[in-house]
Design a protein around this ligand. Sequence first.
Ligand code: NAD
Ligand code: MG
Length: 395
Amino acid sequence: MIGVTVLGATGSIGRSTLDVLGRHRDRYRVVALTANSQVDKLYEQCLEFRPAYAVMGDATAAERLAARLRDSAPDIIVLAGTSGLEQVAALPEVEYVMAAIVGAAGLLPTLAAARAGKHVLLANKEALVMSGRLFMEAIQQNNAVLLPIDSEHNAIFQCMPSGFSTGFEHVGVRRILLTASGGPFRTTPLEQLAAVTPEQAVAHPNWSMGRKISVDSATMMNKGLEVIEACWLFNTTPAQVQVVLHPQSVIHSMVEYVDGSVLAQLGNPDMRTPIAHALAWPERMESGVGSLDIFSVARLDFSAPDLNRFPCLRLAVEAMESGGTSSAILNAANEIAVESFLQRRIAYTAIPQVIEAVLMEVTAHDADSMEQILADDAAARMAAERQVAMRGLRH
Ligand code: NAD
Ligand code: MG
């Protein structure tokens, strides 16, 4: 039996992961489940999967969960906070860690899994965006195995030749074609974007996801974060990553070789496919996802993204190119801007404005220590809060 920790079990990726694990109870044992504040949801998951540990975001939520488990499952050990998350990411009886916490909160527990030499199933792209170099070093130095869960990166991983970490030129790869749906506002007239609501922004045409990543998909910051993620995962630069608008979300990404071959991975837009791929790798197993109905798909469209419509994509690529902690600053500013938009404090079109202003204001440094990354993350959050206050909507 393979021991698994699911960080962020109550979220969209966490629930899909438990759906897949529930189909293979003879092969995987759930050792730990974690959630931020959803006590009721984690309680239900604890009763179903009987983990040895459950972790809540803070002590109050942990006490509430422990009280509920006292009669039904008193043997489950309840922990709280970042130290609890780091502990269950590094348990000796755990081999696989699903890193599915959203945002910067996932960084330290995901890094703890890497340092403990686990199979890290990485959904939490923000961890790599913030600390790509340190994270990849932790993977290599501790013989951990990094398997991408993000559907595009999982597709690229499936299309890449072995030995790709030595660099494209050594393995005959020319470039990555990173596909993007374009989100709900791909064709909305630009002058209407200032008035779009959080409800419209989170209504993704093809994928059902958490609120933050749904807004990131609408602005295409998600694709920008994914360009950065691809550079770290596959040891390349933004110049070798072409973003392709593909509204059907059937091709999940492609890899072009120097001989002109282009390999693509296709499938229904359902995260259980990359999750099952990473759990079973290098084997294959059932995920619960049905056959792709290629006849009803009928056609596949492709176009280049318009950077005037999607300034966040440009900002992310520029941050990666300028290096150091720039992408951590970008990520932090984006987290504050998106949360402020979801709280109706700023307009949708203010999201890239806040991020661009923060990137101009906050000085980036070499990203060679976690202290520096976290300091610049904190400075960017403060600067972003000031920008939000300046651009705030009045009701
Ligand atoms: P979600 O909002 O649905 O779930 C987030 C999970 O993280 C929840 O379990 C929540 O309790 C936990 N969490 C949130 N804040 C926390 C904190 N401060 N401390 C501890 N736990 C915390 O998000 P999601 O859509 O499942 O996305 C999770 C990650 O996977 C994100 O990084 C996202 O970019 C990535 N991802 C998601 C999808 C998708 O289809 N949903 C696809 C690709 C990548
Ligand atoms: Mg993705």
